[in-house]
Design a protein around this ligand. Structure first.
Ligand code: BGC
Length: 261
């Protein structure tokens, strides 16, 4: 069987106005899903994603909510229920890496904000999604985590903690919902060229340093991640839950250990 067709499914992609989320929204729509394009603030960018989908004969609509606010998330799900239908595929892609600072020199508010968006956000969205999916005894939740579930990153303790927490949410929720026909999967990108790390890949010296951390020697594209999401969301992955697909060009295989050690 070679079937990644999502016709008839309703997908919500958070953080879909740009970066990895945008590529995911466009890819799921091209596979036939009706896509709820979530955005936090950038309505113009979200509308552009919707236009790109509809111009290619896909179905999409933009929805806004602060994912760190449970009431706003509930309201968004009710809006999606009435305009597209109840969500079959949830992709928690909205995320920030926050302000780089060492613990003790940081601001508590900044730490909280990263956890609120990256961990509370997927939690609030997932509980709304599960309520709907269990009624249909079918659904897929995909959490976009990071290589930083495993790799500590100086100055980004909130980001690393949020992603490691999100990965355990994947596993625990998968355990809770496997007998309800729901699958939960983490997709862990490495360095993917998007707005989040633009300051790194635009600077030749920083890019050289980043490339050395990747076995394949270059950062990936948002499409590389979107392809994995499409597979995970489709029936091709029907026997996969509670696990992670890593899309990192070999960052996690520590390429620096080719030499020395
Ligand atoms: C971060 C990127 C970073 C990559 C590799 C990702 O989780 O969002 O900014 O380039 O990890 O360090």
């Amino acid at each position: 069987m070679n079937n990644m067709d999502l016709t008839g499914r309703i997908a919500l992609v958070t953080g879909a106005s740009g970066g990895i989320g945008k590529a995911i929204a466009i890819t799921l729509a091209s596979a036939g899903a009706a896509v709820a394009v979530h955005y936090g603030r950038n309505q113009t960018a979200a509308d552009e994603v919707v236009s790109e989908i509809t111009e290619n004969k896909g179905k999409a609509k933009a929805f806004s909510a602060d994912v760190s606010d449970p009431d706003a998330v509930q309201k968004m799900f009710l809006e999606i229920d009435s305009s597209l239908g109840s969500v079959d595929i949830l992709v928690n892609s909205a995320g920030i890496d926050g302000v780089r600072s060492l613990l003790g020199e940081d601001r508590i508010e900044d730490w909280k904000r990263v956890i609120s968006i990256n961990l509370y956000g997927p939690y609030f969205c997932s509980r709304m999604a599960v309520q709907r999916m269990e009624k249909k005894r079918s659904g897929v939740i995909i959490n976009i985590t990071s290589d930083h579930v495993d790799i500590p990153w100086e100055g980004y303790s909130a980001y690393c903690s949020s992603k490691a927490g999100l990965d355990m949410l994947t596993k625990t929720l998968a355990q809770e919902t496997a007998d309800k026909g729901i699958r939960v999967i983490s997709i862990a990108p490495g360095a993917i060229k998007t707005g989040i790390n633009k300051s790194v890949w635009e600077d030749p010296e920083m890019l050289r340093d980043l490339d050395k951390k990747i076995a394949m020697g270059v950062p990936g594209d948002a499409q590389d991640v979107a392809n994995a999401v499409l597979f995970a969301a489709s029936d091709m992955a029907k026997y996969m839950t509670g696990t992670t697909i890593v899309v990192d060009g070999g960052m996690l295989i520590y390429p620096d250990f080719r030499h020395g050690g």
